[in-house]
Design a protein around this ligand. Structure first.
Ligand SMILES: C[S@@+](CC[C@H](N)C(=O)[O-])C[C@H]1O[C@@H](n2cnc3c(N)ncnc32)[C@H](O)[C@@H]1O
Length: 229
């Protein structure tokens, strides 16, 4: 289990965007080849853009909010595509508001959007929603296995730490849990593509695709839940 965030360091990745490194595990929150580039590739291009005829209210779940980079990209996508998104993010170990403020994501998603999020972040941690005209976010400070939801999700960003540093996020219980949160026809995207993880989704009746990965990674994975399972 990843400990709290007492020991995180700000790092600059190869595309100029920030990430964080957990000093206890040595694990980065994003690819050092480019945090922004990786997030756009895996979560926007292979995730949000893959939803065919997106429903007007995309129900989006992120497992591991971390720096909020994917949340911000989803908010930017909603505005650019004129599509509304309702985002729920799970984060049992939220980053400190001071660290949130130091991230340079304004230069990537727009200064106003970033400033609005960073200013509202403490309120989000206190249970309030953050809203833009087409995007609504809430953060649930719970671990995946403790999260209960009465609605299923059209899209899941599965952005846990890698199996080598947090194996329990990729074991049978976690994969079954996240699969159960997907709506029929729903899509899950993750940067991680190990054979045993792919086979766990397939054993649950879901479809797994290998896609080209972001810089520094050969492949990534997209999972689709059939409409009738
Ligand atoms: C790879 S980092 C996340 C990156 C994040 N999406 C971002 O853009 O910064 C993994 C995140 O998962 C969170 N996490 C750890 N255990 C978790 C759990 N059991 N359930 C949900 N999230 C968890 C960590 O605290 C961390 O923020």
């Amino acid at each position: 289990m990843i400990p709290t965030l007492a020991h995180t360091t700000l790092v600059l990745t190869h595309d100029g965007s920030h990430s964080l490194r957990n000093e206890t595990t040595g694990e980065h929150y994003h690819s050092i080849f480019g945090a922004y580039t990786e997030s756009v590739h895996v979560f926007v291009d292979a995730g949000l853009k893959s939803l065919l005829s997106p429903p007007n209210n995309i129900r989006l779940l992120e497992v591991g909010v971390g720096t909020g980079l994917n949340l911000l990209l989803a908010a930017q996508f909603a505005a650019q595509q004129n599509t509304s998104i309702v985002y729920s993010g799970l984060e049992p170990y939220p980053i400190d508001p001071e660290v949130q403020n130091m991230l340079n994501y304004g230069g990537f998603v727009g200064r106003d959007l970033f400033a609005s999020y960073a200013t509202s972040y403490p309120k989000l941690l206190a249970g309030e929603c953050w809203k833009t005209p087409l995007f609504e976010a809430n953060i649930v400070q719970k671990a995946l296995l403790d999260f209960e939801s009465d609605r299923a999700f059209d899209l899941i960003f599965y952005d846990a730490f890698s199996p080598s540093s947090q194996a329990d996020m990729w074991d049978e219980a976690s994969i079954a849990k996240v699969a159960s949160l997907l709506a029929p026809g729903g899509v899950l995207v993750t940067y991680c593509i190990r054979g045993y993880i792919r086979r766990q989704f397939i054993a649950l009746g879901l479809q797994a695709e290998k896609l080209a990965g972001p810089p520094g990674k050969r492949e990534m994975m997209r999972i689709t839940k059939p409409k009738h399972v």
